[in-house]
Each structure stands twice: as C-alpha cells, then as structure tokens.
Design a binder for this molecule. Structure first.
Ligand SMILES: N[C@@H](CCC(=O)N[C@@H](CS)C(=O)NCC(=O)O)C(=O)O
Length: 312
C-alpha cells in the first residue's frame, strides 16, 4: 500500500446507494477509513465548508483535498492505492462508462420502484428536498406508484444483463477478480435488496447467478470503518494543506489552464456551482482551489463526465 500522509474520510450516510459504491471500493481495496455521517437533506452546514456548495453524497476527504462524485472518489482511490486494483485486466474506460448506465437509466428505474413503494413512509421534508434536487416542483409519489409495473420490467431487463455476465459460473462480472464493473452493476441491486427486500427477492428469483454474486459482493465488506464527528473532519482539513500538484492539460479543447477562475456544476441534478481557481485538469478530472472561513484552503476535485466547467 502507498504511504499515506492523511487518512481517508468518507462523508456519507448508510442508506445512500452511491455511498455504497464508495464503501465497496474501500472494501475491495481493504482500506481503513473514517466515516462522517451527513444529513440526507439540506442544510449540510458541516459539509459545505469542504465542498463549496456541492451537496450530493458521498464525498471523500484526504487532508485538505476533497473528492466529489463516486467516479472521482474511485479514480483517486485507485491512484493512491493501486493494489489490489479495481480494474482487473488494466482497462479503466468501460468500467467507468458502465457507471453512466448504473447512475443513469438503471438508477432512475430502481429509484422510482423504491420510492413508489415506500412513498407513504417518506417525510414531507425529504420529498420537498428531493423535488428541489431534481429541479421539479413536486415529488410525485402517485406517478411513481403507477409506474411500478413498468419499472419492474426495466429492472428485470437490466438485472438480466448482469446475469448474462455471470452465467458461465465466473465469480465476478469481468471474470476472476472483482472490480469497478461489479461495483457499478451492484449499486441498484444493493438498493433494491436494502429498501424493498420483498420485491428484490421476487425479481432475483429467476437470476441465481446474480443472487450468489450479490452475496459475494456483500461479503467483500467495506474495509475498516471508524466513525468520527464532522467537526473533527473539518479540523483535519483546516490543519492540512492541499497536496494536489499544479498540472496543465495541453489538449484542453477550450484552452483552460491552471490559475483560471471557473465554476464546476453537475449537469444532471443538484446543479449547485462550485467556484474556484484551476489547479489541475485533464479529460477525466478537474481540481479547483477555494478558500473557506472554517477550513482555509482546500482543493475540490470533480470528474469531467456529467459536470460542466464555466468561466467564473
Ligand atoms: N453522480 C453522483 C450522484 C450522487 C447522488 O445522487 N447521491 C444521492 C444520494 S444516494 C444524493 O446526493 N442525494 C442527495 C443528498 O444526499 O443530498 C455520484 O456518483 O456520486
């Protein structure tokens, strides 16, 4: 394992399916990490000093470097802790591309199926928060309930694709070793099992390979987790310096360079811009420096896929 000057801190909550992706990556790499529980809805006063306005879950902190979005978190975990790799076979591209399916269409149908079923148990503030997150006026649980039969069809199709990869008896989606492809395939299966176990059992009944593989994913665990308070994490950011070196991207199609002031904003939902000065960028990431009253200087890292960069 590479030497590490600061510990890994994951800001997350237990029933977040995206956080489960990050926790699985930590488990596959058998890492020790600290856990900070964040609220499921706004406000998040102990997260904002770190991210500068990005509200989604999870986020990873290492000293005064903050990694937003699971794609960025996983990329950074692999960079810092290459062994054991979560890219069996060495290729990164398709496992990351698969994430756009699991986060996109597959998540939307799973989420609708789940929320349609637990709608009556959801607090009003949660529904309001999630409507605002999606940029709509109403969190329409009746429409979600009506959509259930269609969502079951879609989930079945998607789970069938995973079954196809496992049906030769290999333990993992890419063959003999687990990796990001498994994590991306697992997220929505995990969500179904955790949130609507009866429906999950019905859907999985015809997919024995997915069922045993999901059990094996669970058995991999989450590494060594230890809870800490949010204030402790903020103090650690304050007491650390960001460690991201300045790197330019000679092929940036828009001529962006370190020192430029920009905003970085998700293009799908939770479209809160984060402003800062570019420290490092490439086709796959952008890191921006910002200063905050509570934590001082931090560098916030985002992936490029489904994030836009604009001049500030
Ligand atoms: N593309 C993001 C999506 C993250 C996401 O949507 N997370 C959900 C929780 S599972 C969220 O942020 N919900 C609103 C919140 O936690 O404030 C990622 O991969 O990290």
């Amino acid at each position: 394992m590479a030497p590490q000057s600061h510990e890994i801190i994951l800001h997350h909550y237990d029933n977040s399916p995206y956080a489960e992706k990050a926790r699985c990556a930590l488990g596959m790499k058998r890492l020790a990490w600290r856990s900070v529980q964040v609220p499921r809805i706004l406000p998040k006063p102990k997260l904002m000093p770190l991210t500068g306005g990005y509200r989604r879950t999870p986020n990873m902190q290492i000293g005064a470097d903050i990694y937003c979005d699971t794609a960025m978190i996983i990329r950074e975990l692999e960079r810092r802790f290459p062994e054991p790799t979560i890219f069996p076979g060495g290729r990164h591209g398709m496992p990351f591309a698969l994430g756009k399916w699991s986060d996109g269409e597959f998540f939307q149908v799973t989420r609708t199926l789940v929320f349609g079923n637990i709608a009556d148990r959801l607090p009003e503030e949660f529904k309001k928060d999630r409507a605002a997150l999606a940029g709509v006026t109403t969190f329409d649980t009746d429409a979600m309930k009506r959509a259930e039969p269609q969502m079951r069809d879609q989930c079945r199709t998607f789970i069938g694709w995973i079954e196809d990869h496992l049906s030769d008896g290999k333990p993992w989606v890419m063959g003999d070793n687990p990796g990001l492809a498994d994590i991306n395939c697992y997220m929505n299966v995990w969500l179904l099992r955790a949130a609507v176990p009866d429906i999950a059992a019905e859907l999985l009944a015809e997919f024995p390979h997915v069922s045993r593989w999901a059990d094996n994913m669970k058995a991999l665990g989450h590494g060594q987790r230890q809870e800490i308070e949010a204030d402790e994490a903020l103090d650690k950011a304050r007491d650390a310096e960001p460690e991201t070196p300045v790197t330019a991207d000679p092929h940036d199609p828009n001529g962006r360079k370190p020192g430029d002031r920009v905003t970085v904003t998700p293009t799908d939902y939770g479209k809160d811009p984060v402003a800062g000065e570019i420290v490092s960028l490439s086709a796959q990431h952008i890191a921006i420096r910002r200063t905050d009253e509570r934590v001082g200087q931090v560098v916030v890292h985002f992936p490029r896929a489904t994030f836009r960069v604009d001049p500030a």
